[in-house]
Design a protein around this ligand. Sequence first.
Ligand code: 5AD
Ligand code: SF4
Length: 474
Amino acid sequence: MKYERTCIPQEEIDRQLSICHDIFDRITADGRRPLAMVDTYGCQQNEADSEKLRGYLAEMGCGFTGDEYQADIIVVNTCAVREHAEMRVLGNVGALNHTKKARPDQLIAVCGCMVQQEHMAEKIKKSYPIVNLVFGPHELWRFPELLLQVMEKRRRIFATEKNAGVVAEGIPSKRDGSVKAWLSIMYGCNNFCTYCVVPYVRGRERSRLPEDIVREARELVAAGYRDITLLGQNVNSYGKDLDCGVDFADLIRMINEIPGDFLIRFMTSHPKDASEKLFQTMAACEKCAHHIHLPVQAGSNRILRAMNRSYTREKYLEKVAAARKWMPDLVLTTDIIVGFPGETDEEFAETLSLCEEVRFDAMFTFIYSKRVGTPAASMPDPYTRADKQKHFDALTELANRISAEKHAAYIGTRQRVLVDGETGREEYKLSARTNGGRLVHLNGSSDLIGKFIAVDIVSGNTWALYGKVAEQDG
Ligand code: 5AD
Ligand code: SF4
């Protein structure tokens, strides 16, 4: 399905940047550097969006704080995927009543997927009067303009109109780390899985132009980033909306050609579009990590159909076999939903058996959460929360056991890892990731951060591997 792409012209982004400078003059007028806080919920795409919000805030002259009592501007970037995330947001926004009382000039913005839902924007309007600004994901590019309106008009602004989505280049990013970077390659989702709210709040699939992505990847490598994760709700359908002859596998090849020692990762892949060409390309590109996050969601064909996932259990297993044929060392992770409306004990048992068969390195498991406006929300759901919890606990136990077994197989091996930070603990001070993305704790000097080194794995549990530095080859 094609639709008209709305690209925000560069002049518009330049105008936003010049508004940042007006805001700078206004908020630094008393000679004090204002502080901002950006609180992020949800997925990596939201993390990437928050880096853009921070980029704009830095242009406005803001410093950053993690203390809501110190902040002059608070931006809460929200998630709508499950009710639990929404409850946490609402609880934390409610708690800002105290900070606002202590600092009545504090500006509070709530943005992102949760408020793109009409009922949630309404809820904030009615029940959270401390919130000055509300905007959805499609309006992020004009955050400076919206903030200036709040400052000038001294009234609340709500910008959450329905929208198929935009592509905006040139927004500055203030990235979180110096080793790992997120790189969005596309936005939105066309899949409409029946349980999922994402297509409603993030709009249709829009791919960034390959040249813009490659330019950003080059800049990241030049700036010293060593681990670049390409982001999209479904990266495997990259380019389908562009008609430029570049698909996701081609994009990996283009980024792989950038000189330098770095890793290419990506997420998330939809199984229906994960092709043999992709696996072959991953195997052929030396910078591409041998890791695929391939959400299966369920093991029963009836449930997969009811979820509108467009593949069967058998097709999924075929894809896994093909991926492992090209990459015998592949690390495979997945997402699973337990308790989809009407899922029986027998159907859940098919999820367990699929997991036993595939043996995922790690599984992210969720209890189904009803989302307003999605088809699954009106499907009959006779099972209780307690029934679902029982299934969830059984699945967690299985996932933990398999992860521990998989990790045990690393003991005694030498792995090339990228050291990415400190753990803050006395013992095993450094954290690192294997090529496949498994977490490794080790001891060593913080000079190793940002380097690829060889590590001998000495132990492991469900969550992590433990190693000692073997030799430096980075
Ligand atoms: N309830 C529970 N889990 C969900 N996910 C998406 N929507 C829901 C929902 N309504 C899970 C899926 C997806 C992951 C990001 O979140 O497993 O892959
Ligand atoms: Fe949601 Fe399915 Fe799109 Fe993933 S592919 S964002 S689960 S609709």
